[in-house]
Design a protein around this ligand. Structure first.
Ligand code: SF4
Length: 310
């Protein structure tokens, strides 16, 4: 059983993504209303050495040799740039494996010079920009009190000046919060400041932290993409409003813990878990064990299994 490395899992943006989870549940500097990990229990904005980097490197050493993947991706059960050992891990990965390196971050720590220098070694840095104003930023991302919208965008802007890799942005759209033309114009202005290479317009597809969160309809999404194309070239804008398809890799000798490793960072549909069991010729009773360790949440008519450590 690996504690930090999981997958590869299918990613809507990164293909087969081998994940390295560097932050325990749920330390984040945001508390997004749509977060698939639930509400943030520890809203912090300082760097912490959650785990000894050597322990994570020991696992990466074994797994990067044994598994086939497209990207090595740093993530967290919260915000990965809050991990004080991240720079060391990125350096190790750069020197010891040959696949591209990515991080899924909200981008708020890019205001910190040390974090900018760590992340400048990566190939893809995926940030978020769900709002174009302080008001909507506070409504949707509910950031740590030290973080203002302007400083948040300034951090990404400064990073753009030194980073030669790709900056991808995720704009998560929530019905009634940021799915209107005026906010999209403001988001467009913010994107203009740091010129992302790609913009992914997303909707919540997994159970959100706040049960009242709903996705906008597809025609609203298309209309908002048109607004955004006044600010970002339309061939850089991608709409993603579906749950990812593809194969999840698990350790056949320890399927329950392998599946739990994935479920800790993302809820899976019951069909996805059944598909993993079938593909690996495992016993369907594993589904019952997984069910007993997770809770079932129905979102948008789809039943998800959500891991909870409580
Ligand atoms: S979505 Fe990401 S940034 Fe937002 S609260 Fe969840 S972990 Fe933090």
């Amino acid at each position: 059983m690996y504690r930090y490395v999981f997958g590869p899992v299918p990613s809507r943006r990164l293909g087969k993504s081998l994940g390295v989870n560097v932050v325990p549940l749920k330390y984040c500097n945001f508390n997004c209303i749509y977060c698939q990990l639930g509400r943030t229990r520890h809203v912090i904005n300082d760097l912490r050495m959650f785990y000894p980097p050597e322990d994570i490197i020991k696992e990466m050493e074994v797994v990067v040799r044994a598994r086939n993947y497209d990207y090595l991706t740093f993530i967290g059960d919260g915000e990965p740039t809050l991990y004080a050992g991240l720079g060391k891990l990125i350096q190790w990965a750069r020197n010891n494996q040959d696949r591209p390196l990515a991080i899924l971050t909200n981008g708020a720590k890019l205001i910190d010079e040390e974090v900018r220098s760590w992340l400048s070694e990566l190939d893809v840095v995926k940030v978020s920009t769900d709002a174009g104003s302080e008001r909507t930023f506070r409504l949707i991302n509910r950031p740590h009190r030290e973080i203002t919208f302007d400083r948040f965008i300034e951090g990404i802007e400064r990073f753009r000046e030194v980073f030669s890799g790709q900056i991808w942005t995720e704009v998560m759209l929530v019905k009634g919060i940021n799915d209107n033309e005026e906010e999209m114009e403001r988001i467009g202005e913010a994107l203009r400041r740091y010129r992302p290479d790609r913009v992914y317009m997303m909707v919540p597809t997994r159970p959100p932290a706040e049960p009242w969160v709903k996705p906008p309809t597809s025609d609203v999404l298309v209309g908002l993409a048109k607004v955004l194309s006044r600010y970002v070239n339309s061939d850089r804008i991608f709409i993603i409003d579906y749950v990812e398809r593809g194969e999840f890799h698990i350790d056949k000798n320890d399927p329950v813990n392998s599946l739990l490793g994935i479920l800790k960072v993302q809820p899976m549909t019951v069909e996805q878990v059944m598909d993993v069991i079938r593909r690996n010729n495992l016993d369907m009773e594993i589904l019952d064990r997984i069910r007993s360790l997770t809770k079932e949440v129905v979102f948008n008519g789809i039943t998800y299994l959500v891991y909870s450590s409580e």
